[in-house]
Ligand binder design. Structure first.
Ligand code: ADP
Length: 537
């Protein structure tokens, strides 16, 4: 009664299905939603990563442009400062222009014109005063009146703007670029000036180093002619022909600088990063799922264990009550002295003794079990003849087996050596196994007990022709409280402790308990001891 007592306010434990549902809702569903969300966002992040790369490439191009511009600025400064002292409509001081051109091979010529650009007063080229150059310049300036006016206006506000212009190609030998700007002498008198650049040389000798530096082994930077797509320069030989980012060079209206990643394209890099993310996501999911699985499994085991334990309590209380009730009933009958013959009395006494033995066995099992659980069961090892133990245990079983009509086959090997063991413990293990064989055997009441020596083991086999044990339970029946679920063992009551105790005892002796079974045909349990030569006598 006490064991069945459960106050109403104690919550019923969750069912395993409830636990599975909670895990599903709390863990699996969020993970699933998150994964789907992430995967659907992957294409977006691919273009995001690509954008970042593109911007990075753009910055590299920008810095090259900026550098070219800085160089041009330095040159216009040098020209203005060199010219200033002579001033007015005057030419460069003697030697200045030659020396300037000598220092900067990318410059083809410098010139000075009046502030309207109508009259080119001085022009110094690489090969002296070159007339075709002068002619082309004149054509250009004639067409750029508004620009020159604007440069002049800006210069009155102290701002010296540089405007690159492409020279007209008069003779089919290429145009070239002039940088036009307005400068002022010491008295503030303005003049239009220009620096004619050699595009290819500028790109190669001024920008080249810079572009190689910016490329840094990771990128290929090239310069193209916009008009016909020709490649003028490449930071490195190879697949630079197809840049992913292009920018016009501010200084050269006809040139573009382009950049691409070496080897992979931005698209490929972005994709490989994204697919790496995907792999991480999948791995994470797998870890989470297996975590959930582990939790689910251990909860399931735990719940099963709790169930087995409560079965145990109800079985044990049944096992305690049945013999007690019998003993009491028989004792009371005897006490009242209403029994007729002596024979009947003897039968009643016998039943009382048998039931007491059963009770003792059960209580011993329980006590030993709890001591064993705590690891406090002492074993007194001494040389032991297994045949003797088998005989004495079978003797105690014979009344029961006889009355139930068991046929017993004994197959003892008289030559087996002694084993070192605790007699009481070995008896207990054997009793538990024999008890099962008797208890679970159905109509086929057959029992064979054999001893012998196999390799380096000495064994006792206990064979029955009972229902056998399904493969999936062959290990589990040795677990504490575990009982093969009905209908396999419908009638027999038990605690689920017997085999756990037997295995514990055998392992404490350095031996083992094993099972071979064919469902429907029977089971053979084997208690095996290690054979040690020094115990041989
Ligand atoms: P119990 O107290 O239930 O007998 P045991 O630990 O001794 O506990 O046995 C565990 C379970 O193994 C039993 O409930 C029974 O289902 C199964 N079993 C044990 N021995 C046999 C046997 N000889 N034949 C069939 N089933 C067996």
């Amino acid at each position: 009664m006490l064991l069945n007592f459960r106050p109403d306010h104690v919550k019923k434990p969750r069912t395993i299905r409830g636990v599975a549902l909670i895990l599903l809702l709390l863990v699996l569903l969020p993970v699933l939603v998150f994964t789907v969300y992430e995967i659907s966002g992957l294409s977006g992040s691919e273009s995001f990563v690509a954008d970042i790369y593109r911007r990075q490439l753009d910055i590299a191009l920008f810095s090259i442009n900026q550098f070219a511009w800085d160089v041009a600025n330095t040159w216009t400064n040098a020209v203005e400062n060199g010219w200033k002292p002579s001033g007015g409509g005057g030419p460069f001081p003697p030697g200045f222009a030659g020396e300037f051109l000598g220092r900067n091979p990318a410059i083809d010529a410098v010139f000075i014109a009046d502030s309207t650009g109508a009259d080119i007063s001085f022009m110094v080229g690489r090969n002296g005063d070159d007339s075709t150059g002068r002619e082309r310049l004149a054509v250009l300036l004639a067409g750029e009146k508004p620009l020159i006016g604007r440069l002049l206006m800006l210069s009155t506000h102290n701002y010296r703007k540089i405007e690159p212009r492409t020279l007209p190609d008069l003779s089919g030998q290429g145009g070239g670029v002039v940088l036009l700007f307005v400068m002022r002498d010491l008295r503030g008198v303005p003049a239009l000036a220009g620096i004619r650049l050699h595009q290819e040389r500028f790109v190669r000798e001024v920008l080249g180093e810079r572009m190689r530096e910016a490329a840094g082994g990771e990128f290929v930077i090239s310069v193209f002619r916009t008009s016909n797509g020709d490649r003028v320069f490449a930071s490195e030989e190879g697949p630079g022909a197809d840049p992913e980012q292009r920018r016009q060079l501010w200084l050269f209206p006809d040139l573009e600088v382009g950049i691409r990643l070496k080897g992979e394209t931005i698209q490929q890099v972005a994709r490989s990063r994204v697919s790496r993310d995907l792999v991480i996501l999948v791995v994470l999911d797998a870890v989470l799922l297996s975590g959930v699985w582990v939790v689910y499994r251990s909860v399931r085991r735990e719940m099963e264990f709790v169930r087995m334990k409560s079965d145990f309590v109800s079985n044990v209380s049944h096992d305690l009550r049945t013999p007690l009730a019998l003993i009491r009933m028989y004792a009371e009958t005897l006490e009242m002295g209403r029994l007729a013959g002596e024979e009947k009395k003897q039968e009643y006494y016998g039943t009382i003794v048998k039931e007491t033995e059963r009770l003792t066995r059960l209580v011993n099992n329980l006590l030993n079990f709890s001591r064993m659980e705590a690891g406090r069961r002492p074993y007194n090892l001494s040389p032991l003849d297994l045949n003797v133990v088998v005989r004495s245990v079978l003797d105690s079983f014979s009344p029961q087996m006889g009355s139930e009509g068991f046929s017993l086959v004994l197959d003892l090997d008289p030559a087996i050596p002694a084993v070192r063991a605790d007699t009481e413990a070995v008896q207990e293990a054997l009793i538990n196994i024999l008890d099962n064989a008797v208890k679970y055997s159905g109509a086929e009441k057959y029992l064979r007990v054999a001893t012998g020596r196999r390799m380096d083991e000495i064994y006792v086999d206990i064979e029955d022709h009972g229902p056998g044990i399904p493969p999936e339970y062959r290990e589990r029946i040795f677990e504490t409280f575990f009982r093969v679920p009905s209908p396999q063992t419908p009638a027999a009551k038990g605690s689920g402790l017997g085999l756990a105790i037997a295995r514990h005892i055998m392992e404490a002796h350095g031996g083992r308990v094993d099972l071979k079974s064919t469902p429907g045909r029977g089971s053979t349990f084997t208690m095996a001891f290690r054979y040690e030569h020094n115990t041989h006598h």
